[in-house]
Design a protein around this ligand. Structure first.
Ligand SMILES: [Zn+2]
Length: 161
């Protein structure tokens, strides 16, 4: 299991990123990737309290960064839809369609959770009411981010999640 490192900044502070690609770490990347992080806690709508930012990123790495974020966001819903589609497809052929579809969906969700824990994203953003959490899988990137953002949490706040 890989560790992730979380750093926080007050919401009103615009983050500064070192001039490294957020995915591969290459210096002076030729691109910036726009990211959107939805605030999904109770009492918030999808857009209320959400947060967007741009991060330095190679053009090629931006594709994998966006693909990973899209897959992570939609995978649970797609697994449920696939389970329902499986049920509809096999229901006329067997009386065990319900349990087969349910266990297939449960296996898919478990496999997704194991994948998320074993391979956390290289970088993620989580908005809260008064602060933003920036999560890094790479220690050097987290340290670089903290170095260029003086209002980041005090030293020692670099914690594993
Ligand atoms: Zn890159």
């Amino acid at each position: 299991m890989k560790r992730t490192l979380s750093l926080t900044l007050p919401r009103e502070v615009a983050p500064v990123f070192p001039d490294w690609c957020i995915v591969c770490g290459r210096e002076h990347p030729d691109h910036r990737a726009s990211l959107f992080a939805a605030e999904m806690r109770r009492g918030h709508s999808f857009f209320s309290g959400s947060y967007s930012l741009q991060v330095p990123c190679c053009t090629g790495c931006a594709f994998s960064l966006h693909a990973r974020r899209i897959i992570s966001g939609w995978a649970p819903l797609l697994i449920v839809i696939c389970g329902l589609a499986l049920f509809v497809a096999i229901e006329p052929k067997t009386k065990s369609a319900g349990p087969i579809a349910w266990f297939t969906g449960a296996f898919g969700i478990i496999a997704f959770v194991v994948w998320r824990v074993a391979f956390p994203p290289l970088f993620s953003v989580e908005p809260h009411d008064t602060f933003i959490v920036y999560e890094f899988r790479d220690v050097a990137m987290a340290e670089g981010f903290r170095r260029v953002n003086p209002r980041c949490d005090a030293p020692g706040s670099l914690t594993s999640a």
